[in-house]
Design a protein around this ligand. Sequence first.
Ligand code: GDG
Length: 461
Amino acid sequence: MAGKLIVISNRIPSEAAPSGGLVFALHETLRKTGGIWIGSHPDIADKPSETLSEYGEQGEYSRFSFTLSQSDYEEFYLGFSNSVLWPVCHRRGDLVELNRGFEEGYARVNARLARQVVKVAGPDDMIWVHDYHFFPLASELRKLGYTGKIGFFLHIPFPALGDMGALPRAANLPHWLADYDLVGLQTRADVARCLEMFRAESDAEFMMDGTVKCGSRTVAVRSFPIGIDVETFVKAAQERTEQDKLADDMAGDLVIGVDRLDYSKGLPNRFRAFGRYLETRDERERRVSMVQIAPPSREEVAAYRELRYELEELVGRVNGEHGEIDWTPLRYIHRNLDRGLLARLYRRARVGIVTPFADGMNLVAKEYIAAQDPENPGVLVLSHMAGAAEDLTDALLVNPYDIEDMSEALKTALAMPLDERKRRYASCMKKVRETDVSNWSRKYVQALKSCPATLPVRSAP
Ligand code: GDG
């Protein structure tokens, strides 16, 4: 590559060797190519600077951060990103909170970030922007005359045209996206929704090579299904520590769920389905317990707080109705657990349950598969609405709105014979390996590199 790679994401790890899927993959990519990683500083500043600052340990590549003020945090991060774009992309228009301040904050932070980025980016560099916090960043960079290649990757679902109606008029997704050279999405279904959006634009033309021409700009829209760092996870799941004796002591079979506490993840219906399963099971069968790890997330947003109360009530109800003196069927942990322990819990669990209403990919589904013992694997029960269902077609696919369907799938999974479990595991594991996160970043960077250069501005002045 002639120039350097510049990665921009909301979060940036401060440590020299970060662990964990996406962060690890971006770190490895940058280590190989050299370049810059830019992300927001965790501290709030009174007056955000116009220039980036060095952040954390500098190694084979540079790390820079930008700071947010309190109003940036409230309007750009909690507001427009997480109370407008997140619900719209996850089909929850009812949870959208519109507020002119949110729009202004989003525009202000993106415009300032573009001014900061052009100070470190040259025309031969490639900029790779991550996620919904930065949809308009390419437009802002183009306004400043930046002519280099800019790619975007959306980690969450691309919204349906109908759901975009809940966005304020200032949110001009087609024009924001046309200023990128490559728009990467998780699944083929996301690509179809994105193209449908462009089809509704009067100035968009569809080219023979699959790209979309908008004014003088040409943008490619392709899917790049993300995955996990498979080998590290396989190893972590096999390790044993003193602490794990606890997991072995848990009587009966285990069903595991691991999700940030987010309304897109379908947790209340999952708990109801487990309650329904307990109601219908034969008392003489082995006891089955569900462990749900749900670390806190975005608690400053009202919808997240309300979900927490709803879950606490449901856990109480399920345990009250079905628990015994010596058995708590539903164990709910509202804390962040160690990653190694998670991997080992996945391996111990007969069933992994992942039931979002909408999810860009869902890495937990892939982690559960990677953690299994190939000789005696557990079964993944997976919502057909998670992006991962496009890859993992041999999981037990369920409808997350259908409590009975999920409860029956739990029963099927728990009773599944070994040969069928092995067959389904082998098929899913093949996909998990194919989409390993290092392949994902390599393929994306390669595709961005091969995009032909087009004019930097959308339309002639
Ligand atoms: C977004 C998209 C897309 C969870 N609890 C703990 C913990 N986790 C880890 C999991 C997994 C990660 O967090 C969650 O990743 P997901 O993919 O499931 O979901 P989002 O956070 O919503 O991520 C999603 C992803 O971006 C990547 O593109 O797949 O669709 O929404 O790795 O294991 N990790 C630790 N303790 C916990 O308690 N250590």
